[in-house]
Write a protein that binds this ligand. Structure first.
Ligand SMILES: Nc1ncnc2c1ncn2[C@@H]1O[C@H](COP(=O)(O)OP(=O)(O)OP(=O)(O)O)[C@@H](O)[C@H]1O
Length: 228
């Protein structure tokens, strides 16, 4: 599903964030990306959704080579790769419904299809009853659930999450993890960068540890491994 071959990333200021990474992630895997601050986790993840381009090497998602995707085709790529961020990134003046529908509208779906699909995903994240609310009227956990709904509305094969529980309390973080696990159980590959030791150590999924821009550890039922 996701293959990185000899991937390197040096930022324009000369920082070498990723220094030769080779990994393969299969369909339906759930993978945690861990590592010390500044280790390159966000860069690794940004390369996967084509927010950054590698300086060298190839990244393939499904049968698509990311470096060959043209700028104008990126919205279509995001249809197959959903992304969730620590700070939710919802549009503040749009309702829950509109925030989720927006992702479909940019690729010109019909109104009837939009309505059907948006209500389906709001049901998955258990927010159907708050479709008309504005983001500011929701708790942090609810806002993150909207962001997840938006990320999966196009039924992507891969969901990428960069610290999705970073702004949430432990209980709310677990609610988010439950939803991500349900989405994973439906067949979506999930890659999640996190500093949340408790979640990683409880879930016992594949753990890729990045240190100094390289894979320091890659374990099938791994643990967090750092004091934090
Ligand atoms: N846009 C950028 N331009 C220049 N350097 C950057 C940029 N983004 C990140 N870096 C640098 O690349 C290195 C890796 O950063 P990255 O954000 O990938 O680490 P991280 O593991 O996600 O850290 P954290 O856990 O603190 O979020 C750091 O030295 C950082 O300063």
């Amino acid at each position: 599903m996701i293959t990185m071959k000899e991937v390197w990333k040096t930022y324009p200021n000369g920082v070498m964030a990723i220094n030769g990474i080779d990994i393969h992630i299969d369909k339906s895997e759930f993978v945690y990306v861990v590592g010390p601050s500044g280790a390159g986790k966000s860069t690794f993840i940004k390369l996967m959704y084509r927010e950054e381009k590698p300086t060298r090497g190839s990244i393939q998602i499904g049968d698509e080579e990311l470096s060959k995707v043209k700028e104008r085709h990126i919205p279509y790529l995001r249809r197959r790769i959903g992304v969730v961020f620590q700070d939710f990134k919802l549009l503040p003046t749009l309702s829950v419904y509109e925030n989720v529908a927006f992702a479909l509208e940019v690729i010109e779906e019909s109104k009837a299809n939009i309505r059907k699909r948006v209500m389906q995903v709001l049901e998955i994240v258990r927010l159907k009853n708050k479709a008309r609310f504005l983001p500011q009227e929701l708790s942090g956990g609810e806002q993150q659930r909207v962001a997840i709904a938006r990320a999966i509305v196009n039924n992507p094969s891969v969901l990428i999450a960069d610290e999705p529980t970073g702004n949430l309390d432990p209980e709310t973080s677990w609610e988010i993890m439950k939803i991500l696990e349900e989405i994973n159980n439906r067949g979506t590959t999930i890659v999640m960068a996190t500093h949340n030791k408790e979640i990683v150590n409880t879930m016992r999924k594949r753990v890729i540890a990045i240190e100094g821009g390289r894979v320091a550890r890659d374990e099938a039922k791994g643990d967090y491994g750092y004091e934090r």
